[in-house]
Design a protein around this ligand. Structure first.
Ligand SMILES: NC(=O)N[C@@H](CC(=O)O)C(=O)O
Ligand SMILES: [Zn+2]
Ligand SMILES: [Zn+2]
Length: 425
């Protein structure tokens, strides 16, 4: 195994130091380290963060390899500073058996760019009728701990209760896509002033809030762990705040796009802005940012949702919802939070690693910890060019925007996956 000596780097915003990486772990820190056999990496001006961990990634393999593969999505993740991603189950076939989750897990290992941790479906085929084989997925080589029908809500309260009961035995989590389907039939965008003006059917905030309120009560009743995907409204934050104050075992994530973009974007009729849950309002953004600072929202998760051109560059009503996220998330976080490195490390690495139970991830670089880390240059501003992204898809809402921060290098267990801002393989 190789050795790397990163010199003069700020670890999570601290005073510059050196970091020696050897045999897959951080072998030493301190100023003036010497290691003649190590490859030198000049860390001057750079910030070292624990490798980012994404709780919510769509990799599209198996089934839509034209939009993304485990390998292309892993490369996008590494370039975004990630060392682990949790792959959502809404593939084709759905990841609802031990066989499919093991396939995704193996493809992740073969790509070798990030740790790919499969999420299993809650219900067979995401159909919301019968529980999938949760135990077999948990016992499989993929060791699934998070289950989600993401893309769909587990709308049936009895099924949701049974799923929560089932995963309690192995401290698993149900990650809910909170959307009361009866309240969002035909919905195209956030229900509010802009949808009224544009004449598009609205997706009301209460469709999300009602499910979160129900599910925190179910989780409290059962004593199980619940995670809420892509929280998007101020009302959801209030429900979560109350639940957490009561000690309910609930965690929550917000996406970069819900922290930055509003429903006004729909007025462009550019389907790149169509997403579930929809972009909301300025006051929702303010509440989400405050909740993130406070810890009512635990995690920034990308909901990286690649879509092929034919599924996205069409009329708004026919376009699939979802947008890319992995290669821009850290920049959006920097833009929204500023250089609050400890908060960024907490919300984008430590907390998601803890929630997903990824023991090798989410550790600040310190002697003895697995060398899963990323180096950020906060001084660089870069313009997002969709054609330059590593993702197979192009549906970024940040095209031609200039954003702060650039990932210079990413290390997975001591080996670089990104160096000089370029993927190593
Ligand atoms: N977020 C989206 O708009 N789309 C996701 C599904 C989901 O996260 O609900 C997708 O799979 O494309
Ligand atoms: Zn979802
Ligand atoms: Zn999703």
């Amino acid at each position: 195994m190789s050795a790397y000596l990163i010199t003069n780097v700020s670890v999570v915003g601290g005073a510059p130091t050196d970091l020696l990486i050897r045999d897959g772990v951080v072998a030493g820190t301190g100023t003036g380290l010497a290691a003649p056999d190590a490859t030198a990496v000049d860390g001057t001006g750079l910030v070292a963060l624990p490798g980012l961990v994404d709780l919510h990634t769509h990799l599209r393999e198996p089934g839509r390899e034209d939009a993304e593969t485990v390998e292309s999505g892993s490369r996008a993740a590494a370039l975004g500073g990630y060392t682990a991603v949790c792959a959502m189950a809404n593939t084709s076939p759905v990841a609802d058996t031990a066989g499919v989750v093991e396939q995704v897990w193996r493809l992740g290992r073969e790509a070798g760019l990030v740790d790919v941790q499969p999420i299993g479906a809650v219900t067979v085929g995401l159909a919301g009728e019968h529980l999938a084989e949760l135990g077999a997925m948990a016992d499989s080589a993929a060791r699934v701990r998070i289950f989600s029908d993401d893309g769909h809500c587990v709308a049936d309260p009895r099924l949701m209760r049974r799923a929560l009961e089932y995963v309690k035995a192995f401290d698993g989590i149900i990650a809910q896509h909170a959307e009361e389907p009866r309240l969002t039939e035909g919905a195209q965008m956030h229900e509010g002033e802009v949808s009224t003006r544009l004449g598009l059917t609205g997706w009301p905030a209460v469709a999300e809030e009602a499910i979160i309120a129900r599910d925190v009560l179910l989780a409290e009743h059962v004593g199980s762990r619940l995670h809420i995907c892509h929280v998007s409204t101020a009302g959801s934050v209030e429900v979560l705040r109350q639940a957490k104050a009561r000690g309910v075992r609930v965690t929550a994530e917000v996406t970069p796009h819900h922290l930055l973009l509003t429903d006004e974007k729909a007025a462009t009729y550019d389907p790149v802005y169509k997403v579930n849950p929809p972009l909301r309002t300025d006051s929702d953004i303010a509440a989400l940012r405050a909740a993130l600072a406070e810890g009512v929202i635990d995690v920034i998760a990308t909901d990286h949702a690649p879509h092929a051109v034919e599924d996205k560059e069409c009329e708004w009503a026919y376009a699939r919802p979802g947008m890319l996220g992995l290669e821009t998330a850290l920049s959006i976080a920097l833009d929204v939070l500023g250089p609050q490195w400890d908060l960024i490390a907490e919300r984008m690495s430590r907390a998601p690693a803890r929630i997903a139970g990824l023991a090798d991830h989410g550790h600040d670089p310190a002697p003895g910890v697995p060398a899963n880390l990323t180096l950020v240059d906060p001084a660089v501003r870069r313009t997002i060019e969709p054609a330059e992204l590593a993702s197979r898809s192009r549906n970024t809402p940040y095209a031609r925007m200039t954003l702060p921060g650039r990932i210079v290098a990413t290390f997975l267990r001591g080996e670089p996956t990104v160096l000089d801002g370029k993927a190593v393989k």
